[in-house]
Design a protein around this ligand. Sequence first.
Ligand code: ASP
Length: 294
Amino acid sequence: MPHPHVIALHGGAGVHPTRDYREVEGHLGALVRDCEAQLADGASAIDVVEHAVAAMEASGLYVAGRGSAPNDRGEVECDAAIMDGARMRAGGVCAAVGLVHPIRAARAVLEHTPHVLIAGAGARRLAEEQGLAFVTDSAAHYRLPVGVEAEELLQLDSGLAHGTVGAVALDQQGRLAAATSTGGLLGKRAGRVGDTPITGIGNWADGDIAVSCTGIGEAFIYAGGARDIAARIAYGGANLDESCAAMLAEVARQQGDGGVIAVDRSGAVTMAFNSPGMKRAVAGAGRQPFVGIR
Ligand code: ASP
C-alpha cells in the first residue's frame, strides 16, 4: 500500500489586511496541484519540495529568491535549507549573494558536501562548481513581492517586512522532506542570518515529521523552532497540532510571530500561525486542495 502522499506549502507569514493576494492564491493553487501530481506519479519528497521552493523563488511573489529585497547595504542576501528525512541529511546556504535559486545551492550542500551549512562566498563557489544559475542584472531580476511596498523596507516593525517560502511533503514510499528559502527581513543588517537556513530551527525532516517555519527568525531561534516541534511529539507525547501551537506560543513569548507547516508520517498536516495571516496551501491523496491567505 503506498503512503497517503501529501504536500503543504507556505508563502510566508504576514499578510496586509487590505492588499490583493489573488495572484499569490492562483500561484499557490497551481503549484500545490502540480506538486501533488508529481507525488502521485511516484516522485520523491525531497525532489518535490525542492521543485516547489524553486518555483516560489522564481515567481517573485514572495520574499525569497526573486522577491527578496536588499539589506541595509543595498545587497540581496538569501538563506535556504533542505532536508531529506529518509536519509537524515540536510544542506543549507546563508548570506548568499547572486543565486537565482538558493534552494538548489542548499541541495548541492546536501548532495555534494559533508557539511550542513555553507555561508556567503563559499556558497557561491559551490554553486559555480555545480553549474547553478546566477543573477546577472540585479535591477532587472529582483522585484518587490506582493504585499510589500517600498516604504516598508525601512519599517522593520511593520509585521510585513519579512517573508519566506517553504514546502513539506510525504511521498508514496513514506519519505518526508522539508525545504525553506528566504530573503530574510527586508532592510536587515548585512550579514544577518535568521532561522531559515539553520537545520532544526527553520527547517527539519526526519522519519516522523517534516517542518518548515516562517516568521521573525530571532524569536524562532530562541523558541527552538522545527526541532522543538519534533521533540514535543517524540519525547512529550504531544500530537502535531499541540506541538506546533506550543512552539508558536513560545515564539510569541519571545516577542515574535509567524507560522509553521508540518506533516507527519501518517500524512497528517498542520498549518498554524499567530501572525496576521500566512499564505499557505495543501494537497494530497484523497484531499481537496486548499489555499488560504488570512
Ligand atoms: N524567518 C525569516 C527570517 O527571519 C523571515 C520570515 O519567515 O518571514 O529570516
